[in-house]
Design a protein around this ligand. Structure first.
Ligand code: 13P
Length: 255
């Protein structure tokens, strides 16, 4: 992945049926190619797992990357309901979201399981997209910076990452997700600097990999450039505004 290229990742969550996902993927591919945006912005799409192989077929041989919303940190075994990160790699996946706040909140994802997943994803040469972010309560308690620092450090402690590998940190304040209320760019810049420092601290004396910090939480075509114009922000993780191909392309064009 290129150092200075911005990246936009669409998280389709559990919002589209396989037929809808396939249609949106096909529409998006047409519009993306026509717009000639690939030199400026890399795009990855994370469909749900039932749509995943169909969407993979649509994007095969194109310049649109495939991402997964989750994955498990073992190659094979008796893990009912899980999908291995190794299998994802085999089926053309490039990026994997790890520790999304919805997984932490609704599926009891812990710092320990997140750390295992990051480690295993890197072993498979997948690019982990570590998702972090404080809740509204953390913020009201004045704990935002501490929570973010701890999430970075717990996710990455002891991780073996090569300088040639890439790590993406998606900072998504939980209160900003799906609320229509995005973070202000000035505060984002401050928080991104804390994230970067926490990362340098936890990776200690290791040579740093390529790290990209991206923002997520109520990003739309009106506000995206206020985030991606910041030098420290390399792109965005988009939920609601990525579900319709035409609207998603309009958003990407604003970067
Ligand atoms: P929204 O863009 O809908 O706020 O969702 C953000 C998100 O959770 C992406 O992972």
């Amino acid at each position: 992945m290129e150092k200075n290229k911005k990246i936009v990742i669409a998280n389709w969550k559990m919002q589209l049926s396989p037929a809808e996902a396939s249609l949106q993927a096909k529409n998006f591919k047409k519009l993306y190619n026509k717009a000639g945006l690939e030199k400026k912005v890399e795009v990855a799409i994370a469909p749900d797992f039932l749509s995943y192989l169909e969407v993979a077929k649509v994007f095969a041989g194109s310049n649109i990357f495939l991402a997964a919303q989750n994955g498990y940190s073992e190659t094979k075994g008796a893990f009912t309901g899980e999908i291995s990160l190794a299998t994802l790699k085999e089926t053309g996946c490039t990026y994997v979201l790890i520790g999304h706040s919805e997984r932490r909140q609704f599926f009891a994802e812990t710092d320990e399981s997140i750390n295992n997943k990051i480690s295993f994803a890197l072993q498979q040469d997948l690019i982990p997209v570590l998702c972090i972010g404080e809740t509204f309560a953390d913020r009201k308690d004045g704990r935002k910076d501490v929570v973010v620092m701890q999430q970075v450090q717990n996710a990455l402690r002891g991780i073996d990452i090569k300088p040639s590998q890439t790590l993406i940190i998606a900072y998504e304040p939980v209160w900003a997700i799906g609320s229509g209320q995005a973070m202000q760019p000035a505060e984002l810049k401050h928080t991104a600097m804390i994230i970067r420092q926490s990362l340098i601290d936890v990776l200690e004396d290791k040579d740093l990999p390529l790290v990209k910090i991206i923002y997520g939480g109520s990003v739309n075509s009106e506000n995206i450039s206020s985030f991606t114009d910041l030098d420290i922000i390399s792109g965005a993780l988009i939920g609601g505004a990525s579900l319709e191909a035409e609207k998603f392309i309009d958003l990407i064009k604003q970067i």
